[in-house]
Design a protein around this ligand. Sequence first.
Ligand SMILES: [Zn+2]
Length: 304
Amino acid sequence: MLANTKKILEKARKENYAVGHFNINNMETVQAIVKAAENLKSPVILAISEGAIKYAGLEYLYNLALISSKNSKVPIALHLDHGKDLKIIKRCIKIGFSSVMIDASHENFETNINLTKKIVKLAHKKKISVEAELGTIGGIEDYVSSKKIIYTDPYKAEEFVKRTGCDFLAVAIGTSHGAYKFKGKAHLKIDILKQIQNKVKIPLVLHGASSVPKNIVNLAEKYGANLKGVKGVPEKQLTTSVKNGICKVNTDTDLRISFDAAVRKVIKNQPKDFDPRHILGPARDLIQKTVERKIKILGSDNKA
Ligand SMILES: [Zn+2]
């Protein structure tokens, strides 16, 4: 059975750690994330974006997650990431996701509240929890893009949560989607996060939280990738965010770069090997390592 996202995150909030949300779009990635979570006895959230649904199909991804959760001893939840299309959100509620995100952060405050309320009503009827977003996270991810970061206003966050009844809140404190998060020094607005945490008593979510690890970037570049200028959130700043109320940390880019680096290495080193299992197997292994590292940083190991 798929786990209950709200239960997983409320426990994390009480015990002051965060649970990893990892984006999936194929079988190897699912297996890598699940194996990492099992190795470290950690709960985990598998996340599907609208882009991933367009690529792989909702039923395929849903069933991969479902099988994983049935065969696993650790809690595995399934979450819709950045739901914008009402039809897709409804399909995810109907099929039985653990939680859905309604992203109406690009709308004005009142419209965001109204759209979020509507989804909360639909989802709660089926005991599915809802993540909403207030403020603007920068960068580009699948169909989600924004040039400007607008920090979440703590007072508005308090009002938003009260009026919508959402279960978790994604906040904008300086992170961006994608691999190019900062031009200069990386900095998250921990002061804003502290103010939000004081006013909002539900789990907070950090998007765009990949660290873009140097060793993985180096490996990808060694085998031909051009990743000039990439920059992620330093791991220390992730730890600080978790100490100050972040309970769910979203990671996609780090998995993509891991996949890319491992595939490039095989193709370059084994030009005569065309077995997809030999090409994708090492990618699965490297993603697993990346996820294990992240789980340890977030402190969710041995919390299952
Ligand atoms: Zn996001």
